[in-house]
Design a binder for this molecule. Sequence first.
Ligand code: C5P
Length: 286
Amino acid sequence: MKKITEKAYAKINLLLDILSKRPDGFHDLRMIMQTIELHDLVTVERGTGDGVVLTCSDPTLPTGENNLAVQAARAFLSATGVPCDGISIHIEKCIPSQAGMAGGSSDAAAVLRALWALYDEPCHKKELERIGETVGSDVPYCVRGGTVLAEGRGEILTNLPAMNPCSVVVCKPDFDISTPELFGRVRVARILHHPDTVNMIKCIEEQGLSRICTCVENVFETFLAEEQKTKIEDIKKELLTAGALCAQMTGSGPAVFGLFDDCKSAERGASKLKKLYSQVFLTNMV
Ligand code: C5P
């Protein structure tokens, strides 16, 4: 086998809490992550004889050493010691970038999974999460996927029961948020209300979507600039008016998701938002 195409799924944060700033500059987090069907397609080929080469369907994205997919390939080669006989990566991009949906991390994770298979499983599969950790905080989760509690920097993972599938509408407004910049605005002492992670986990175990929806929360929303906050609130209002059981920003934003227990309302919500925003996706939980 010389070539593999992997689905690189996007994620949403059902819950995101920031606990403390660490001496290493990172923050200790507590997040409940959920994989959604929206995905990029990552094709990896080995034996191309020419280092690590990345191409991407989106010409605005960097394809050099600062792309996480290239960094993942380098981290894989260095951790496993397999000889590089030329790796070519192509990404067909669908997940919006700088949206809080782990698009770049998910592509990196897909590269790790593909290389692991292409190089005949040179390490234990669990090792891929550890290699992913050296590439980015969200990469270990993206290697694993599903419904997961992520703690520490994001690399300490505990599987939760899979959520019952439901319709998800995601809308990315027309501005980007840089994750390091938003983390830079965080002052943990200013977080007056921390999400109830224990209760959220209980609701997930009991599989009640409407109860889960009462627990969704993302403390990053506290630290948005006023103008950003207004734009996020506008999308939330549209989603809730369309019948979403909850609406919330995902990760460091600015994409906003709504969860629906009925696909007709989700379709109506998505088509209404499409009249106002260029990046709207009607998708499902995986
Ligand atoms: O790990 P990653 O490279 O994705 O992180 C990007 C930036 O986000 C870090 O440089 C750091 O500023 C911030 N970050 C953080 N705490 C985390 C994860 C990321 O402060 N747990």
